[in-house]
Design a binder for this molecule. Structure first.
Ligand code: COA
Length: 252
């Protein structure tokens, strides 16, 4: 189940998942996406787990994005499959999980990393966290729900600004925007996530499950996510995309 990719533990009704790819800033490759998928299923099915906390290893990154090396030579049809698969097995799975998932954002949450944090139900950021959707700098757009979940969380105007500029925001700015629920010192991050989890665990599991379902029903329409997948794949196969991704991989 990809034990080397993830550290997984259950303690006091909390299911812990730590993404363990520190050298690549926890960038999400396909193996990692599949390992996360299976772990979320295990936690969903385990009655001992009441709340899940997701974080990244190291003090630099939560997740620095989808693995750019993995999609650098993709064309539109492969990109369409990539987005559809990732959304189905991970991003939508997390958003619609019946147990709350807290993202403990311990550093960079960029691109697919911020999209993963936004698919979670709650977000706590450490003071050193930086968040953004820099896809347009690579000649593509967010493909894992970012164009839908960001405006839902912070409003259309600010989401336009973040997505069209690709600029990052720091933790305090993210708090003001409503992108994260709390900002804490790095050394307090995991304990703060536990305190939040405990405040939820004292409530009725069935009520929590139903509340998540009801709140999710207020999200943008399903077709918005489908348009995003289409526009995402449209960007692939352009010269711009190839040049920009190669520049990143060759260290600019
Ligand atoms: N995909 C693949 N590899 C990534 C990655 C990603 N999204 N983000 C970081 N890495 C890798 C780097 O290539 C590097 O690998 P190497 O040591 O084998 O060369 C390693 O992680 C460390 O990253 P590096 O860029 O050297 O760290 P930095 O401190 O100079 O910069 C960032 C940190 C986050 C600003 C920079 O890594 C970055 O811009 N990452 C890409 C962010 C992005 O565009 N994400 C959206 C993708 S759709």
């Amino acid at each position: 189940m990809g034990e080397e990719l993830l550290w997984v533990e259950i303690q006091d009704n909390i299911g812990w998942i730590k993404i363990n790819r520190e050298k690549k800033l926890n960038a999400l490759n396909q193996n990692l996406i599949d390992a996360l998928h299976h772990t979320f299923i295990d936690f969903q099915n385990n009655p001992e787990v009441r709340v899940i906390i997701l974080t990244g290893s190291g003090d630099k990154a939560f997740v620095a994005g989808a693995d750019i090396a993995e999609f650098s030579d993709f064309g539109p049809s492969e990109a369409a499959r990539l987005a559809a698969h990732g959304n189905r097995v991970l991003f939508d799975q997390v958003a619609h999980l019946e147990k709350p998932v807290i993202a403990a954002i311990n550093g960079y949450a960029l691109g697919g990393g911020l999209e993963l944090a936004m698919a979670c139900h709650l977000r706590i950021a450490s003071k050193n966290a930086k968040m953004g959707l820099p896809e347009v700098s690579l000649g593509i757009i967010p493909g894992y729900g970012g164009t839908q979940r960001l405006p839902n969380l912070i409003g259309k105007g600010k989401a336009m600004e973040m997505i069209l500029t690709g600029d990052m925001v720091n933790a305090d700015q993210a708090l003001l925007l409503g992108l994260v629920n709390q900002v804490v010192q790095p050394e307090d991050l995991l304990e703060s996530a536990v305190v939040l989890a405990e405040r939820i665990i004292k409530n009725a599991p069935n009520a929590i499950k139903n509340a998540i379902k009801a709140i999710n029903a207020a999200d943008g329409s399903k077709s918005g996510f489908q348009v995003e997948e289409m526009m995402f794949s449209n960007c692939f196969g352009t010269e711009d995309f190839k040049q920009r991704v190669n520049a990143f991989l060759k260290k600019r």
